[in-house]
Design a protein around this ligand. Sequence first.
Ligand code: ZN
Length: 300
Amino acid sequence: MFNLSEAKKSKAKLRLAIDGPSGSGKTYSALLIAYGITDDWSKIAVIDTERESANLYADLCNGDKKYLTGQINAPFTPKKYLDAIKVCEESGIEVIIIDSLTHAWTAEGGLLDIHDEAVKRQKTANTYTAWADVTPLHRKLVDAILTSPCHIICTVRSETEYAQEKDANGKTKVVKVGMKPQFRKGLDYEMTVVFSMGQDHLATINKSRINTFLVNDVIQPSKETGKKLLEWLNSGDDLPTCSDCGKPIQPFGDMNSIGVSLYTQRKYGRSLCSECAKKAKELDYKEITNTTEEIEDVLD
Ligand SMILES: [Zn+2]
């Protein structure tokens, strides 16, 4: 049954993607923004895939509190990311920096490798059907980011993209068309804000749901940026809490927190987070994709 209710903003957790070429200052910017949010280095954890590059900035923390880092090494399977996120969540961390998410896509053992393996197993040239093996894993990783009780900042490496064009004489030439973030297309739609870093260490706001961060504005990411983000995130009502685990109910797929709360209230007679709703039904998580029908199916 379909219900209408007044639109209202609830408190939210940050979902920020910072993309840019290597050397553009993604990790450094992520740390400063995270510190603006927590005002306490020890509440920040970096999931580091870049051979301990996160340790390079330890000097930022003057005082006895340091941010924490943990390493993911090859193969960069989505499962390793899920485990790492869980460890951070259970360690009282407030901001998780995933540095970088690109490894889960393009690096050894990442989603593109899993796709290649599936194509080989199929023994046909049809690469399209092999995505059936990849999409649920991709979805699970993105959902872990979107539903986390922590603020999450993902860095995404971008590379120069080229295209072929014909010049005035009909000759084919190769031209630069811009920077392409190295992760599965569509991530920007799921994030609250996307910053694109340039070699000048400045960030262009590429996507924003926040009225104090305007698309196309260029900013110098800093502790102040984090404070300003937090101000917006904290405006609005408290998130509804889960009756079973007591945690705030996070948005799930296309549904906002209130939507999940109302939905589970109707189905189970109590407000549940998506995790507890899953447990309540002992569902197989493998089949989840992002359409509303399928989400309803899972919460059913
Ligand atoms: Zn719960």
